[in-house]
Each structure stands twice: as C-alpha cells, then as structure tokens.
Design a protein around this ligand. Structure first.
Ligand code: NAD
Ligand code: ZN
Length: 375
C-alpha cells in the first residue's frame, strides 16, 4: 500500500536518538484491574514515538489522582494494565526524530497532560487540558511509576539543570494545579483565601503559592500534624475540621469561626483541594459575598450543593480548575526555582507504593510522598 520511500521514512521516523545505554527492561509498578494487586516488577522499557522523549524517571510524586486511577472511581475510562504516576522528574535519555525542543541529557518532567491534539479550539487557545483527545500520564498513558517513561515533547516540562529532582516532582502536578487554581480565583494581594485540604499534597503547596502572591491564608484540615505543617508553610489561620461535630450545629459553628477569622465576612476565595463532598458544599456557605469557590479536588461521585437564594444574593461564582497549561507550568516552576515554594516531601522507594495509597486513603499524609524509582 505504501511506496518504498514512504516506508523508509516511516521506519526512520520511529527510530530514536540516544547516547545513553537504554535497557530493554526496568522496574515499575503495574496493575491489571482497578483495586487489584499493585505489582512491583520487571516490565519493558517503552519506545518513544517520533514526537516523544524517553525520560529516565528518578523521582515521582504520588498524587491522590493516582489513587483515584487505581481504584477506578472516576467516570473516565483508564488504560489497563496501567503504570500510574504523573509527577515524574528525570533525565531525557532518548528522543524521537521529530523532537526539536529537548536535547539528550536535559532534565524533564512528566505531567498529567502527557499530550493533546494541538489543533482543536481548546488547544488553540492554550486550554490543552480540556482537549477531547487529551492523553493522560498514569491514566491513558503509562506514567512515572517506572524507571523509564515516554512523554510528548511539546507538553513535557522543562526543568533547569541542577534542580533537585525529588523536590521538583510535586510541582509538576500539585504545584501547577494549585497555582492555576489561585489564578482562577482571581484574587488581589491582601485578600483572604481559604484552602480546604490545606496540609495535603496540593494544599501544602497552595498555601505557599498563595502567600507568595501576597494573599492571607486560612487553612482547613484535620489534626495537630496538619496544623504544624500548615504553619510551617506560612499559613495564617488554621481551622481543624475534626474539632467540630458533624451535625448542622457543628457545621454552623465552623462556618461562623471561618467568617470571624476573615474580618467577619468570609474569605474572598476558596480553593477546594480536599477529597470531601461536604467540605466542598460548606465552602459555598462561608465564602464572602462576590467571592469565588474554586473546585479542584474530585471526590468520587460528588455534587457541589449551593443554596440558590444565597448564591444569588451573595453573587457567588463557582469555577472548576483543571491542572494548568504550558505557561502555567513554566510559571509554577519559576516560583519553585526562585525558592518561593518548597515541596514538603517524604522520599521512599517505589516498591512502597501500596503503603502510600493506604495512608492516603486514611488522610494520614502530611504534604507529599515522593517515590525514588531506584528501589
Ligand atoms: P491529599 O490526600 O494529599 O490531600 C487531601 C487533604 O484533604 C488531606 O490533607 C486531608 O486530611 C484533607 N481533608 C480530608 N477531609 C477534609 C475536610 N472535610 N475538610 C478539609 N480537609 C479535608 O490529596 P491531593 O493529592 O492533594 O489531591 C486532592 C484532590 O485533588 C484529589 O481528589 C485529586 O484527584 C485532585 N486533583 C485535582 C487536580 C485538578 O486538576 N483539578 C489535579 C491534581 C489533583
Ligand atoms: Zn496529580
């Protein structure tokens, strides 16, 4: 069917360039069924397409999204078997023949958005995450819980030489996402922002980005350890949701305390990064009139309830915010490179991933776990 010249070009285009010795197999964590065993085992090293780079992943952050992907609790089909992970930082060890923006030896990052069509209306306007053909790392494309992973060169993050790869890993999803969410909230320096889920992976970075943007930060999370981390991240006022009873009176008291702490009117904006449906709906009650409620965390099957009367007379806005585009990634990394944001991480071996998921499910993680792919 194809002419011999075209066949030759085709063969050439899938050949990749490298000066590294790339093994045929590697260690990674793979699962065959949602909620099934997470196997830490030897798997093949993927071959980059002409438009892709092959990254020797050194470290990867573990995001709550990876837990959703493993459980399969979102209404979005994932590839199976699947290698999860989408906060991978490493070294470019090979590249496809069409790749112009990376050299072998550069540092690069794997993001949630592995690639998109780059030609639809959304991609055209820099909203690539909303592309209907979005390819997602650790979801529709094998991700960063392996020693070698492929990434579309256009979307892969550029990481400056000399960067601490374990530290930068969480910026690639958590950092970019909360930075974009804060931009979506469209607040001014000096205003109050509430971060619901303030000491988790996204939350602990959201607090720091918000402070770096000149905002006053009220954090909501549960327990002394979370309060301590929130304070270390520079947060101003901490509300421990576990100290309020779960009935309506308890909710009213918490809402009241949040308002009192924010000049009696409530925060100007709320970034919801908890995985709690009730916490999300509560944020519509305590946000200040004309304020913005930004939805980021995605508890399975959750509905955001907002009282219509209050919603109208308070003139509220509820906005969804989904990762960030290439410019958001560059900007979020600039805050990190300037030392304005530090990742509160705990590094363990990739083989420990099942234990991290267990702790995450129980809400016991402070900041972010980062896995070292070497063990
Ligand atoms: P995480 O588990 O590290 O953090 C969640 C935090 O919420 C924990 O500290 C937990 O204690 C806290 N929490 C639980 N119940 C709470 C409540 N009632 N009130 C306040 N805080 C509460 O998770 P993460 O990695 O930060 O991810 C959070 C969510 O964001 C997940 O659903 C994830 O899938 C989603 N996410 C969305 C995007 C996006 O683009 N929109 C990107 C990345 C992650
Ligand atoms: Zn993520």
């Amino acid at each position: 069917m194809f002419s011999s010249t075209f066949k030759r070009q085709l063969t050439k285009s899938i050949r990749f360039q490298s000066t590294f010795t790339i093994p045929k197999t590697q260690m990674g964590v793979i699962f065959e069924t949602h909620g099934g065993p997470l196997h830490y085992k030897e798997i093949p090293v993927p071959i980059p397409k002409s438009t892709e780079i092959l990254i020797n992943v050194k470290y990867s952050g573990v995001c709550h999204t990876d837990l959703h992907a493993w459980k399969g609790d979102w209404p979005l089909p994932a590839k199976l078997p699947l290698v999860g992970g989408h906060e991978g930082a490493g070294i470019v060890v090979a590249k496809g023949s069409a790749v112009k923006n990376f050299e072998i030896g550069d540092l690069a990052g794997i993001k949630w958005l592995n690639g998109s069509c780059m030609s639809c209306e959304f991609c055209e306007q820099g909203d690539e995450s909303n592309c209907e053909h979005a390819d997602l790392s650790g979801y529709t494309h094998d991700g960063s819980f392996q020693q070698y992973a492929t990434a579309d060169a256009i979307q892969a993050a550029k990481i400056p030489n000399g960067t601490d790869l374990a530290q930068v890993a969480p910026i690639l999803c958590a950092g970019v996402t909360v930075y974009k969410a804060l931009k979506t909230a469209d607040l001014r320096a000096g205003q109050w922002v509430a971060i619901s889920g303030a000491a988790g992976g996204l939350g602990s970075l959201a607090v720091q980005y918000a402070k770096a943007m000149g905002l006053r930060v009220l954090g909501i999370d549960g327990g002394e350890g979370k309060k301590e981390l929130f304070t270390k991240c520079g947060g101003d006022v901490f509300i421990d949701f576990t100290k309020y009873s779960r009935d309506e009176n308890g909710n009213d008291k918490m809402i009241n305390d949040i308002k009192i702490a924010t000049n009696g009117l409530g925060p100007h904006g709320v970034i919801n990064v908890s995985v709690s449906e009730s916490a999300i709906s509560q944020s519509c009650s305590y946000v200040r009139s004309t304020g913005k409620v930004v939805l980021v965390g995605m508890p399975s099957g959750a509905i955001c309830k907002s009282d219509v009367f209050q919603h109208v007379v308070k003139s509220l806005q509820i906005k969804g915010s989904y990762v960030g585009n290439r410019a958001d990634t560059r900007e979020a990394l600039e805050f990190f490179n300037d030392g304005k944001v530090k990742s509160p991480i705990k590094v363990v071996g990739l083989s420990k991933l099942p234990e991290i998921y267990e702790l995450m499910e129980q809400g016991k993680i402070l900041g972010r776990y980062v896995v070292d792919t070497a063990y």
